[in-house]
Design a protein around this ligand. Structure first.
Ligand code: ZN
Length: 141
């Protein structure tokens, strides 16, 4: 569930202006956006973890659900069976640890560099993950 709007321009302006790496800037801004604008299924709020203690990215203030975020510029495209193939090895590692931890959800967010808007949010339950693919569920957008 998304509160208010899908723009993270306000959050971009809050990011450390000395940072040069765009992926770092967008990552930090979108984490702030998640805390302010995205609700857990239980209607709780996701509180970000500090950067130096990241076994997960955020935790719900009501039901203690832990989530990890995966951000990219391109839209995620599930196939006609609703499955998303996993290509990058880094991503596979994330999913493996996710699966083992049993109880985190993964949120996939696609964002637009030009207008600072979230284009897509998919949620993946740890139970919907296997070696080859994941089965995402749509959130809001
Ligand atoms: Zn919750």
């Amino acid at each position: 569930m998304i509160r208010n709007n899908i723009s993270f321009l306000n959050e971009i302006n809050l990011v450390n202006q000395n940072w040069k790496s765009s992926s770092r800037i967008f990552g930090a801004a979108i984490e702030m956006w998640v805390e302010k604008k995205l609700n857990c299924e239980c209607s709780g709020i996701f509180i970000n973890k500090k950067a130096n203690q990241k076994a997960y990215d955020a935790i719900c203030n009501k039901c203690s659900k832990k989530i990890k975020l995966n951000l990219q510029k391109k839209i995620f495209k599930p196939n006609k069976n609703g499955e998303l193939k996993i290509l990058s090895s880094e991503y596979k590692t994330t999913l493996k640890s996710l699966n083992q931890s049993n109880g985190w959800d993964l949120y996939l967010l696609a964002y637009n560099l030009e207008d600072y808007k979230i284009k897509q949010i998919l949620m993946i339950k740890s139970s919907d993950i296997n070696e080859e693919c994941v089965i995402p569920r749509k959130i809001g957008i």
